[in-house]
Design a protein around this ligand. Structure first.
Ligand SMILES: Nc1ncnc2c1ncn2[C@@H]1O[C@H](COP(=O)(O)OP(=O)(O)O)[C@@H](O)[C@H]1O
Ligand SMILES: [Mg+2]
Length: 246
């Protein structure tokens, strides 16, 4: 029989090795991921600004932190009728606070991810991949960037590819592996020439330092992976405790 995890009044079912799907609602898991992304963005404001100061205009960390600060401010009041509705409100919160490049890009990513799953309550690994692919499409529609233009897409897309491959193989370490891929890919953007955003104004000088957006994706993916691990072990421990009491 598949081992089960309890999450408040909801039950999580472990499918194969590592991938989790909720029988009733994936909302708590989506909330955990969004909160982790937001707290990571706020905590790394200075670091992300420093990265953007090398060849950009130094505002990336500020923009991201203000957007996600807004998400945290209105977090408890966001629509929780479904994970998709929740994600759409997260996107709107970001665009309502931040303009420039990052507001529309990150806002669109959450809006598209939310739209991709409609009103579905329980999300599978395949749904998560579809949400991430929809976010990438939204970012590309909005900003016109292609892979290799030295943007956050150069870390995000390889990480999604790895996540999809590992989930298909039932890999327990899917999220951790995807985070590692994102961090490595972010470091590799150092060798690229920036073709989008303010950094592109510096031409050849953009070669030699990593893209701030790509680094942010690596940092965020690694925090989300760690938070997910803690969440799963806490649920496992709670489940074992309940079993002993029964
Ligand atoms: N057109 C674009 N499409 C996708 N990502 C982009 C684009 N332009 C910039 N980025 C990402 O945004 C990051 C910079 O964000 P930010 O500083 O807010 O924008 P700007 O470059 O306009 O100052 C870059 O490191 C890059 O990853
Ligand atoms: Mg900037």
């Amino acid at each position: 029989m598949l081992p089960r995890f309890r999450l408040g009044s909801r039950t999580l079912r472990r499918e194969g090795r590592g991938s989790l799907s909720m029988e009733h609602s994936s909302l708590p898991a989506v909330e955990l991921v969004v909160r982790t992304i937001a707290e990571t963005a706020v905590a790394n404001e200075t670091y992300f600004c420093q990265l953007d100061s090398v060849v950009g205009d130094g505002d990336f960390g500020y923009s991201l932190a203000r957007g996600f600060e807004k998400v945290l401010e209105c977090f408890d009041g966001l629509d929780r009728s479904s994970p998709g509705a929740f994600l759409k409100k997260v996107g709107l919160a970001i665009t309502s606070r931040v303009g420039g490049t990052s507001g529309p890009i990150w806002g669109t990513a959450f809006l598209r991810a939310g739209s991709a799953v409609g009103a579905k309550a329980a999300l599978s690994g395949a749904d998560v991949v579809a949400m991430l692919r929809a976010a990438v499409e939204g970012i590309q529609t909005r900003g016109g960037a292609s892979l290799g233009d030295k943007t956050l897409l150069d870390a995000l897309v390889p990480a999604i590819d790895r996540l999809e491959a590992d989930l298909a193989a039932g890999g327990a370490e899917a999220l951790a592996n995807a985070a590692q891929v994102a961090e490595r890919a972010a470091a590799e953007t150092s060798g690229m020439l920036a073709k989008r955003g303010r950094a592109s104004y510096t031409g050849e000088r953009s070669i030699g330092s990593p893209d701030p957006g790509a680094v942010a994706i690596g940092v965020i993916a690694s925090r989300v992976s760690a938070a997910w691990c803690e969440y799963c072990s806490a649920k496992g421990a709670m489940d074992r405790h309940e079993k002993i009491r029964q």
